[in-house]
Unconditional design. Structure first.
Length: 281
């Protein structure tokens, strides 16, 4: 009996080690996949430092995700995300539409560079939109020839603990010789892809970027007294990107709700009040 228990115990120990090794292997696979596929999908440098996969809990944690700039911009990058926690509906993993219960992003840093005609954030959104249009099937093609691929529905996404570093390409004098740090309001997006029975991963990223653009535009306008009214007015373009252009769902910026768009009304004053770098009267 004791011998049998020892054999069973040894078997369980080996099984635990195998599972631990499998999880560690999955972690490495995710990091390598993101670092390889990210630049191809977004058209900009992408680098992920760490991934922790917990398949039996339907939970994934990513740390140290860096998204670089589109061509022509001079700052070190566009987005740096401290941590991303993804909770999946495991029952949907074998279906055509993967349901993501929640994505929680904390510690987002947006390095917003305003160029002559566009910003690095706006350029990336335009780049993804152009890519999505080029992938659309030509008219008259049968449905089975349309672009295939699994889609996602994101039930809830939150972005908290965010800030922006604002700079103007080739105009350091307007920002005091460097980037101006500004706080960003929290963002909540719900029901993304629900109305369309799922969206592609690139479409989901587009919508998230548009919500972020709405928040950055509001922050710039609200900090006009810090970075100058002329430069602050540049933020209205980014605010427009984030308003009324989300494909589906609801986006909430700074606590104001409106279906189908990133809402920024009233947040500028709040940002102005909490901005530690604002000028005192």
């Amino acid at each position: 009996m004791k011998k049998t228990l020892k054999i069973a115990g040894g078997f369980l120990a080996v099984l635990v080690l195998l599972l631990a090794g499998l999880v560690a292997f999955l972690d490495q696979v995710v990091v390598k996949t993101v670092n390889a596929a990210g630049p191809a999908a977004l058209g900009v440098p992408v680098r992920l430092q760490e991934a922790r996969i917990r398949p039996f809990r339907g939970r994934t944690t990513l740390r140290g995700l860096h998204v670089g700039n589109p061509e022509g911009y001079k700052t070190d990058g566009l987005l740096d995300l401290g941590s991303i926690v993804v909770k999946l509906d495991r029952s949907s993993l074998l279906s055509d539409v993967i349901v993501v219960k929640e994505i929680a992003i904390d510690g987002l840093v947006v390095t917003y560079e305003k160029g002559l005609l566009n910003s690095n954030l706006g350029a990336l959104i335009d780049q993804l939109s152009a890519g999505a249009e080029s992938d659309e099937p030509a008219k008259g093609k049968p449905a089975e020839e349309e672009t295939s691929g699994r889609k996602v529905v994101i039930e809830k996404l939150t972005i908290t603990g965010s800030k922006m570093n604002f700079s103007v390409t080739g105009a350091a004098a307007l920002t005091g010789g460097g980037a101006v740090p500004l706080p960003l309001p929290p963002i909540t997006l719900t029901g993304l892809g629900r109305e369309k029975e799922g969206v592609t991963l690139v479409e989901a990223i587009q919508n998230i970027l548009k919500a972020i653009a709405g928040a950055t535009g509001t922050a710039i306008v609200g900090a006009g007294n810090l970075i100058g009214d002329g430069v602050g007015a540049l933020g209205t373009g980014a605010a427009a990107i984030g308003s009324g252009t989300l494909d589906a769902g609801k986006a909430v910026v700074g606590g104001t709700v409106d279906a189908g768009k990133a809402v920024v009304d009233g947040a500028a004053g709040a940002l102005k009040a909490v901005n530690p770098f604002s000028k005192k009267e």
